[in-house]
Ligand binder design. Structure first.
Ligand SMILES: [Zn+2]
Length: 150
């Protein structure tokens, strides 16, 4: 949604697509192995695949503190990055962007499902069912993408 055709052509797609646990993924997120400050995420919105490119800043001191992913609500020590997405269309050309604090490894779907562990105290004790947590993650992500494409 927010990169040029040239950028889309050059981006590195993960090689292990066939081995991903698609059933456990609300979105596919990866970092560009050629340029680790770049990340991409692809999800399905209204039955359509939607992709967004992100930039993450280098590791700085605040990232080593405990912070919470605003997509999946997992708390990490040093595992949350500020991801910045240029807005799509004219707004992006004018340099506007949208930021989100997010799991650095973009594995939100797996943290929500308990398939990946972010350590003690990473998950709040909540009365929500897994399905509700998944729905919340999807809604948070959709809200972010809506800001990128607004
Ligand atoms: Zn997350």
């Amino acid at each position: 949604m927010n990169c040029t055709k040239g950028e889309a052509k050059r981006l590195t797609v993960p090689r292990d697509l066939a081995e991903q646990c698609w059933d456990d993924l609300d979105f596919l997120g990866w970092r560009d192995p050629q340029a680790p400050d770049r990340a991409y995420l692809v999800t399905e919105l209204d039955g359509r695949p939607v992709g967004v490119q992100l930039r993450s800043s280098g590791v700085s001191s605040w990232q080593m503190r405990r912070s919470m992913c605003s997509v999946c609500v997992t708390t990490h020590t040093g595992g949350v990055s500020l991801m910045v997405a240029p807005r799509s269309g004219k707004a992006g050309q004018q340099g506007n962007s949208v930021g989100v604090y997010m799991c650095s490894d973009l594995a939100c779907s797996l943290y929500v499902r308990g398939k990946k562990d972010a350590g003690i105290g990473a998950r709040l004790h909540e009365s929500l069912t897994l399905e509700e947590k998944v729905q919340r993650t999807v809604a948070n992500l959709a809200a972010f993408i809506a800001k990128v494409t607004a």
